[in-house]
Write a protein that binds this ligand. Sequence first.
Ligand SMILES: [Zn+2]
Length: 376
Amino acid sequence: MSPILDLTSALIRCRSLTPNDAGCQALIAARLERAGFTIEHLRFGEVDNLWATHGSGDPVLVFLGHTDVVPSGPEAEWASPPFEPTIRDGRLYGRGAADMKSGVAAMALALEDYVAAHPDHRGTLALLLTSDEEGPVNRDGVKRVVEEFRRRGQRIDFCVTGEPSSRERLGDIVRVGRRGSLSGRLRARGVQGHVAYPDKVRNPIHLAAPALAELAATRWDEGNAEFPPTSFQISIHSGTGALNVVPGELEVRFNFRYCTASSADDLQVRTEALLRKHGLDFALEWDLSGEPFLTHDGPLRRAVNAAVLEVCGIASQADTGGGTSDARFIAPLGAEVVELGPVNASIHKVDESVGLDELEVLPRLHQRIAELLLGG
Ligand SMILES: [Zn+2]
């Protein structure tokens, strides 16, 4: 077995369902400690976070990843058990094979190899791992670690997260930004009553419908060169379950996936003004789970593009699609952030897998990025 296949397989065997790290970080920490890294375990609540550093001063280059995985779903639907790494047809199968235990293993090996070859590199080389990326809350993972970094004055110049960014082959897509996510919970009040007595009731669905139609039809912005336009989606909960009762309240949840052409403040102000214009009696709660970010064409993007060209033999394409990731917490520290990892076609699915060909070159790809930024 090759070192990367060996380590990825060992990580897949750990049943690390969010927020349980299940021993993954201890495995990585032991290796990096032997390689000369300073190890710090930052446990917050139920979440394990690992911070391993080598060297000191600027620039600070951080490789970022998560050891937790999403549930496998019914194990019987898998061709081989999800937590038993299995090789078939040139691929390694198992939950987390692509998202993102191969990435975690590759980053750890790259860091080991890099400091062995360049023990006196300039700046700081670090690995940050969390066990709370896939869960719904994301409170005690990278978000909390970043709060700790702010308190300590720990800065980050460059951050590469090994999330599966590629579309058809390793390196074809480098994610350089993400849209923000802003959710709202609207409660529109009416008057509950019998459907046969319309003069005694005020149906909040009827009252809110024109406002919702206008919200759904609004073009919030035009997007920009880097991002598609902001999108808006609604889901509705109302009624008592009985057909003869007009509900007294309508609960509407909605979500903006917004680009850098809009701000969360602006979207909130516009939404509330629209609801008021329609005369609704309402209460509205907001939750901003991630602000958009964009890494401009600077030293990090140039190093990543050069590494992909050298190691994978292709020109990478910059992209800002997909959902949110932990990169959203790192970017506000002022860091340049990109996501680069294996093909994402199978992530979160039954029979998740990674190609052995991409797996074998992943560590070299990350190592080359370190060489280009920290010397070597
Ligand atoms: Zn992931």
